[in-house]
Design a binder for this molecule. Structure first.
Ligand SMILES: C[S@@+](CC[C@H](N)C(=O)[O-])C[C@H]1O[C@@H](n2cnc3c(N)ncnc32)[C@H](O)[C@@H]1O
Length: 278
């Protein structure tokens, strides 16, 4: 006789929350169903399916790659190993952008390194009057991001292949956001946990992790409108260096913003009207 749902969950040896997510995925049910049907016996097919998912997780595969979905800013995103799994801390960058983009404004917004499209789509969803452009150098990421935009029926976000700004010559944006790769190439964390399964191009950026940020900050003044803003996510110990890069590139009102743990994870600045580069 097969175990009940509750017994199988207790026997999995995974984190309880992760085990429930995998059980929901195996059975195709919602969280309320699991609570209401804990005493129900699993069919042998469901038991086998759950055991297979548990084995994948036990081998280190991230839950989001196993289930193919992750929630971000209260929206569900399809994810595959071609993209970074959207992180809760990145919501800080979206919150900042929503403060800068007024609901009434027809703002031009750019998301650099869009991955699953989580940042661009969240902004487009919250600000229907904004026109959001999003770029990535990965065709697989762009295909997934486009599918995510269709899933949320958004017509005000467009994705294009670009090596950072390379496909954007002559365009200006009122707000640029980015969650670029920012881990130092030799960082031991790259060989641990979920990071082992995520695309290298989404994670590492040069010997100090700042290659992409240096390039983006230096080029951004050519792509911002007068008075436009840029902000980007960075590593827990990179805020001071990021502020310096922004100041050196001529940005004013340079700031860093801390997450709930008090760690500065987003930095940015404003391009004064007098600083607009041709
Ligand atoms: C840290 S991931 C962020 C993904 C997504 N924005 C998020 O926050 O979940 C960085 C993204 O930058 C993209 N990327 C890396 N190098 C790039 C380049 N030279 N030009 C454009 N995108 C690049 C990667 O493919 C990846 O999707």
């Amino acid at each position: 006789m097969t175990a009940t749902i509750a017994q199988a969950l207790a026997a999995s040896a995974l984190d309880a929350g992760e085990a429930r997510v995998l059980m929901r995925h195996a059975l195709g049910v919602d969280a309320a169903y699991l609570i209401a049907h804990g005493d129900e016996a699993l069919t042998s097919a469901h038991s086998t399916a759950f055991d297979a998912l548990v084995a994948r997780r036990a081998a280190g595969e991230p839950v989001a790659y196993i289930t193919g979905v992750r929630e971000f800013f209260s929206l569900e995103f399809a994810v595959t190993p071609a993209v970074l799994i959207p992180r809760p801390e990145t919501e800080l960058l979206v919150e900042w952008a929503l403060e800068k983009i007024l609901p009434s404004a027809q703002a031009r917004v750019l998301d650099l390194g869009t991955g699953s499209g989580s940042i661009a789509i969240s902004i487009a969803h919250e600000r229907p009057r904004a026109q959001v452009a999003a770029v990535d150098c990965s065709d697989a990421a762009l295909a997934l991001a486009s599918a995510n935009a269709r899933r949320h029926r958004l017509a005000n976000v467009a994705f294009m292949s670009s090596d950072w700004f390379s496909a954007l010559a002559g365009r200006r944006f009122d707000c640029i956001v980015a969650n670029p790769p920012y881990i130092a190439a030799g960082d031991a964390h790259l060989a641990r946990g979920d990071l082992r399964f995520e695309p290298a191009a989404a994670l590492a950026s040069g010997s100090d992790g700042l290659d992409a940020i240096r390039l983006i900050v230096a080029a951004a003044p050519q792509y911002l409108s007068a008075g436009g803003w840029i902000a980007f996510e960075h590593g827990y110990d990179q805020a001071q260096r990021c502020r310096r890069l922004l100041q050196d590139a001529g940005f004013t009102q340079v700031f860093s913003r801390a997450d709930l743990a008090g760690i500065e994870r987003v930095s940015g600045g404003r391009l004064d009207a007098t600083e607009v580069k041709s």
